[in-house]
Design a protein around this ligand. Structure first.
Ligand SMILES: [Zn+2]
Length: 482
């Protein structure tokens, strides 16, 4: 069995990965707060951890891997958007508008990430809503966890809030390698008169009439963001699980806080053993921001006609621990590569056999070495160079770049096109024979122009006529010729 090596943020070392239970390898990745479309930076962890998920499924078997990625569906930004809509005249209660907003955003998110070839999270290979939990479905578990933290002296209620007592947890800051005092100096900590210490963070906060709220021992309120992940991970993956992932921007404070809560609530568990963080995304060398005018969503790119697999390929060009740059130049490279792989794979591979073929071992080895996606996609060119067509197709499917059905659809389209063209080929040949006798080529030229306009390459030689459908071939345009 292939041994994975992963760089664990916690130890700052590349380590052999040994799952707690190889029959149920468990991974948690922090998901989005669902108030708007995912921007391109949001998609990077999705693709990075999708590659890891695919690799784990390959090594341990799909039914032995559990991957949970949550939706944060309670948040001030969601409330603000719902309130804005209500003020703009949208019908319905605020609660209904919040629900509408989160549901529509979740549907967008799924559609956008599907387009990037990311597999949906699953419990032991079974895709379900449970593997993509909504925070609001786990408020009871959050309340129980907060209650336990108060009992153990790690949290306190004050002024309708419950706060985590950071100095009660000795290892706070270990993940990111900072001391509490450094963090106070560097962080934007919210000073509030009811806090014992400025570092203490919110587990629960009161809700006003305009905000969604749940009854709790501390009054009507809602959970803080960090406790959501701790409670959902515990409920769905247990006290100890294998991998916790997320973007580097979540390392502090979000992941430090998750660890503190979970370690204090369940002192016998390990929470997550391996922590992985992906670096951030830039656009043409600059941080993506609305003020620089270089901010765009995944949907913006898809709507511009950039296929999801091209976006995915560009992501894979950079190792997850390096900052990645989205550039027009890379997009062009990705487009050309994928077009070549699709055309050549369709032409030379035995698609039936490719489905039974394992992905290339060089690619698996590259990924097993701390997800070296850059090397993995370089290996694709070698497969092509060595005419390992079935492996090329199997590997492109495995990497989520071109699914098997992509090759099959292309083949079916070409076969259909060829059938469509048979009759026209005969007609053109007959017109040509007649024209050679009459020396009037106008009918031949007219048909030829119409074919070219329909995206067909016309080859005429003394041996006869051949029509080759080009990539833009549109059979509908032939209808007029019939
Ligand atoms: Zn989280």
């Amino acid at each position: 069995m292939v041994t994975l090596r992963l760089t664990n943020t916690r130890t700052r070392r590349k380590e052999d990965f040994r799952p707690i239970d190889p029959a149920d390898v468990r991974m948690y990745v922090c998901g989005p707060t669902v108030y708007d479309r995912a921007h391109l930076g949001n998609a990077r962890p999705v693709v990075v951890f999708d590659v890891l998920y695919r690799l784990l499924r390959h090594v341990y078997g799909p039914e032995h891997v559990t991957y949970v990625r949550n939706f944060t569906d309670v948040d001030d930004k969601i409330n603000a958007e719902a309130l804005r809509r209500q003020k703009a005249g949208a019908p319905g209660t605020l609660e209904a508008l919040i629900h509408q907003r989160t549901e529509e955003t979740i549907a967008w998110y799924h559609a956008d990430m599907d387009a990037l070839g990311a597999l949906r999270p699953s419990i032991k290979g079974v895709v379900s809503e449970k593997a993509a939990p909504r925070a609001t479905d786990f408020v009871a578990q959050m309340i129980t966890m907060i209650d336990g933290l108060i009992d153990k002296g790690h949290a306190y209620a004050a002024n309708g809030h419950v706060l985590f007592r950071v100095r009660s947890y000795q290892d706070y800051g270990k993940l990111s390698g900072r001391s509490v005092d450094d963090m106070i100096a560097g962080a934007r900590v919210e000073v509030a008169p009811f806090k014992e210490d400025p570092m203490d963070f919110v587990l629960w906060k009161p809700s006003s009439g305009e905000e969604p709220g749940w009854d709790s021992p501390w009054g009507k309120g809602r959970p803080g963001w960090h406790i959501e992940c701790s409670a959902m991970a515990h409920e769905l993956l247990g006290e100890s699980f294998d991998i916790h992932g997320g973007g580097l921007d979540l390392q502090f404070p979000h992941h430090e806080n998750e660890i503190a809560q979970s370690a204090c609530a369940h002192p016998h568990g390990d929470f997550a053993r391996v922590w992985l963080h992906n670096e951030m995304l830039q656009v043409e060398g600059k941080k993506m921001s609305k003020s620089l005018g270089n901010f765009f969503t995944v949907r913006d790119l898809l709507d511009q006609g950039i296929p999801g697999e091209v976006i995915r390929y560009v992501f894979l060009m950079t190792h997850y621990r390096s900052p990645m740059d989205w550039t027009a130049e890379k997009r062009v490279v990705a487009t050309t590569k994928l077009e070549d792989y699709l055309a050549l794979g369709e032409r030379f591979a035995d698609l039936e056999k490719a489905r039974q073929t394992e992905p290339a071992p060089e690619v698996i080895d590259a990924l097993a070495d701390d997800l070296n996606t850059h090397l993995a996609i370089t290996e694709l060119d070698k497969l092509l160079g060595n005419a390992r067509w079935n492996e090329l197709v199997a590997t492109l499917n495995f990497l989520g770049l071109i699914p098997f059905k992509g090759f099959e659809e292309r083949r079916a389209k070409l076969t259909r096109s060829a059938a469509e063209l048979t009759g026209v080929t005969e007609r053109l040949a007959a017109l040509r024979t007649a024209a050679m006798a009459s020396k009037d080529f106008s009918a031949v030229d007219a048909l030829k122009s119409a074919l070219i306009a329909a995206g067909v390459e016309v080859q005429m030689s003394k041996d006869g006529v051949e029509l080759v459908p080009g990539p833009d071939f549109d059979p509908a345009k032939l209808e007029a010729l019939k």
